[in-house]
Design a protein around this ligand. Structure first.
Ligand code: COA
Length: 177
């Protein structure tokens, strides 16, 4: 079973070998990479990433990446990440990326909403967090629209791509979704 969850316009499923081209192209877009850990992304890195991922399953400690497919076109449009915290399986973190030609259509908000519902249903989670660079206004907006509460703004807390960057932390609790 490849599908983890569906939303109105998206299927969230395991990555498939056919995703490689669109996935690498997405990660190589400098606008997509701006607030992410990578600068550029090779096809070899993409292949290794997908091979590693094929051995994992959602719910295992650490990061698991889920592909997002547009139901209307069948195309890969982005991904989201689930991290079950290694030290405490009732805590999790998420991440999300949409390829640039899909931006500002509400896709990330839809994906994050579906992802959180899926995670609280599938795993015994108490709390899900997400962190963003506050300059990444679109990402902060996605979290607000998806019902996350801003809990902290850490000043110059991360050495990121040659400079100190702030980090804002958002959360949703199972008891107060
Ligand atoms: C952040 C990202 C996932 C948003 O995806 P998306 O599908 O465009 O998001 P949505 O359409 O659901 O919502 C975007 C919201 O941000 C707003 N927005 C977009 N750019 C903005 C900007 N520069 N300043 C302020 N708001 C902005 C949009 O207007 C929209 O809000 P609205 O519905 O109130 O109008 C996408 O830009 C992306 O993949 N970026 C690169 C990867 C990344 O940074 N991921 C997050 C890591 S924490």
């Amino acid at each position: 079973m490849n599908t983890l969850f569906e939303t109105r316009r998206l299927v969230a499923r395991r990555f498939l070998p056919r995703d490689i081209e669109a996935f690498v192209a997405m990660r190589n877009d400098p606008e997509v990479a701006r607030y992410q850990s990578w600068e550029s992304y090779s096809e070899a890195e993409g292949r290794a990433f997908l091979e590693d991922l094929a051995r994992l399953h959602p719910g295992c400690p650490g990061w698991y990446q889920v592909a997002l497919e547009d139901k209307a076109t069948g195309r890969f449009v982005g991904d989201c990440g689930i991290r079950i915290m290694e030290h405490e399986p009732r805590l999790a973190q998420i991440g999300y990326t949409i390829a640039r030609d899909g931006w500002n259509r509400g896709l990330a908000t839809e994906a994050v909403g579906g992802l959180v519902d899926y995670m609280f249903a599938a795993f015994p989670l108490h709390r899900i967090t997400a962190s963003a660079d506050p300059r990444n206004a679109a990402s902060c907006r996605v979290l607000e629209k998806a019902g996350f509460v801003k809990e902290a703004h850490f000043r110059q807390s991360e050495w990121f791509k040659g400079e100190w960057a702030d980090d804002v932390v958002y959360a949703r609790l199972r008891s107060n979704p």
